[in-house]
Design a protein around this ligand. Structure first.
Ligand code: HSE
Length: 427
């Protein structure tokens, strides 16, 4: 299967690098090679080595190139992008797009053309970047009736609200927006993100795949974050709430709610813990109950992950056979050793009861250092009867060193009872 990439910005360059750089692993999954036949871009990208690749400065060449089976529409916008996608479809190409505006506003026309031509149009990357939310709703939850969906689906707005909520922050919307622009999180013209339009495009699509209703971007209620003040964030916080920009869609007897706007969310709620540019979508489903999907909503790697997963789906559905039972072709499974527990490296929490007398702490540290274990934190608390609780957090250390050190510590007459070890998760 040969791919033609249209647009070599952040998402296009990420997709090119993922297809070419992860080629062997993808072949092990799909059972055949996926290659880039042509790239259409106005200019090269500094992160992409295009040596030996057919490059055209006219993206429409890609739509008609007989060497291309799947066109990746990564140019954005809704004018040239719509023409490009319709031309690609008319030439019998499958299409993968990351363009939420295109699908939300022109989905019916595009899908009808694709159905007539017998090709597929995939858009996982259009919503929440690297989170496979389309697949989760459309496939993973396919047995359910979906009741509602709530999501933080615009990273720029979430970054601004999170920064405005920092304790002691006096930075208002305009100041944080400038900071976000300087960091590259917000566009020079931020209107789409901060006025809720980007989130509205995404929620329009999510609502359709959740409830099986037509795409109704024309009917969505849209409000952004530009009128949120630090004063309101402060009052909300006193009342136990965080302010988040949410996309909300819910089905009831009255119809489908379809709205994006700022909300007060209880600080205990998981959506209130989603900070910075991260995205999260929560889905209320009849059998599964609520499930939550969290991850990066933008960026080269995360968005390319969704683009290339769509390419793989198309290849699998176009004759490369079913998804193998373990996700990889049976003949491509590669045996590899399982790392022995004693060779695992990580930091640990150690807790012991020690006699509270001079020199004991020195002996404990000397045993740890003789096993090459460095201490990151140490707490001593009084225990009853002249003993003390000693709690130690180590730096990263080999499990077998901790085993040996614990055996030696346990043999000290000043150490009472069992030593407790809890491994610290480095997530
Ligand atoms: N501009 C979007 C956001 C990322 O801020 O979340 C791409 O959809």
């Amino acid at each position: 299967m040969r791919v033609g990439i249209c647009g070599l910005g952040t998402v296009g360059s990420g997709s090119y690098n993922l297809i070419t750089g992860n080629r062997d692993e993808i072949r092990r999954r799909v059972g055949r090679d996926i290659s880039v036949a042509q790239v259409g871009c106005r200019r090269d990208h500094p992160d992409c080595d295009l040596t030996g690749v057919d490059v055209t400065r006219n993206v429409f060449d890609v739509a008609s190139n007989p060497d291309v089976d799947i066109v990746l529409e990564l140019i954005g916008g809704t004018t040239d992008a719509l023409d490009l996608v319709l031309q690609a479809i008319s030439h019998g190409k499958h299409v993968v797009t990351a363009n939420k505006a295109l699908i939300a506003e022109h989905g019916p026309e595009i899908f009808a053309a694709a159905d007539d031509a017998g090709v597929q149009v995939c858009y996982e990357a259009a919503i929440a970047g690297g989170i496979p939310i389309v697949k989760a709703v459309r496939e993973g939850l396919a047995a359910n009736t979906i009741d509602w969906l709530a999501g933080i689906i615009n990273g720029t707005s979430n970054y601004i609200l999170t920064e405005m909520s920092q304790p002691g922050s006096n930075l208002g919307f305009e100041a944080v927006l400038k900071e976000a622009q300087a960091l590259g999180y917000a566009e020079a013209d931020p209107t789409f993100d901060v006025e809720g339009i980007d989130a509205a495009h995404k929620l329009t699509i999510l609502s359709s795949i959740a409830f099986g209703v037509p795409l109704r971007f024309d009917a969505i209620y849209t409000e952004g974050i530009s009128r949120i003040t630090t004063r309101d964030i402060g009052y909300a916080s006193e009342l136990g709430y965080a302010v988040r920009h949410l996309g909300l869609t819910r089905r009831s007897a009255a119809g489908v709610e379809l709205r994006v706007h700022p909300c007060l969310v209880s600080r205990q709620h998981m959506l209130a813990q989603v900070n910075g540019v991260m995205n999260a979508v929560m889905v209320g489903a009849s059998a599964a109950g609520p499930t939550l999907y969290y991850g990066a909503g933008a960026g080269a790697g995360p968005t390319a992950s969704s683009v290339v997963a769509d390419v793989i789906d198309i290849v699998r559905r176009s004759g490369a056979g079913q998804v193998p039972n373990l996700g990889f072709q049976t003949q491509s499974l590669q045996d590899c050793p399982i790392v022995a527990m004693e060779d695992i490296v990580g930091s640990v929490y150690l807790r012991m009861v020690a006699a509270d007398k001079p020199g004991v702490m020195a002996r404990i540290s000397s045993i740890l250092s003789s096993h090459d274990i460095s201490i990151e934190a140490l707490i001593q608390k009084d225990a009853r009867g002249g003993d003390a609780y000693v709690v130690i957090v180590t730096n990263d250390v080999l499990e077998k060193s901790v085993n040996s050190a614990m055996a030696e510590l346990a043999s000290l007459e000043e150490i009472r009872g069992d030593l407790v070890r809890i491994r610290i998760a480095a997530l």
